[in-house]
Ligand binder design. Structure first.
Ligand code: CO
Length: 141
């Protein structure tokens, strides 16, 4: 059921500064910023040879990462995202074991155009987990 690490996400207070650090400092390939109003964030993806790093900046009044950045003003590791083949199947199994899904429990469309959902960190060793449904044919992208 558990697939690849899709990305590791870092919440940042200043996306432009973070992009500069990765692009100029690490000479990494960084995507154009993408505003995701439904998720309350602006994101870019940094390509690493074996995964991607998602840099998240708050967007809008009720951004879900605003409180995190208040506690971590210079930014910090925010979540890890795993691929799954069948998101609803994974959700149903995990919730049957007592795990909590954030929000209304229904998948939303994430930055890659695939359904995603988030699992409560208190149910997973203090780590916020995102699951992204990636069709098997897309796994080597
Ligand atoms: Co993410």
């Amino acid at each position: 059921m558990l697939g690849r690490v899709n990305h590791i996400a870092i919440a940042v207070p200043d996306l432009a500064a973070a992009v500069k650090a990765y692009r100029d400092g690490f000479r990494a390939s960084v995507s154009a910023p993408q505003v995701l109003p439904e998720h309350g964030v602006t994101v870019v993806f940094v390509d690493a040879p074996n995964t991607r790093i998602e840099l998240l900046e708050p967007y809008g009044e009720a951004s879900p990462i605003a409180a995190f950045l208040e506690r971590n003003p210079s930014g910090g590791l925010h979540h890890i995202c795993y691929d799954v083949e069948d998101l609803v199947d994974a959700r149903d199994r995990l919730t049957a074991m007592g795990a909590r899904v954030l929000g209304n429990g229904e998948p939303k469309i994430g930055a890659h155009g695939n359904p995603v959902l988030f699992l409560h960190p208190k149910d997973f060793q203090g780590t916020l987990i995102e699951l992204e449904e990636v069709p098997p044919s897309a796994e080597n992208m």
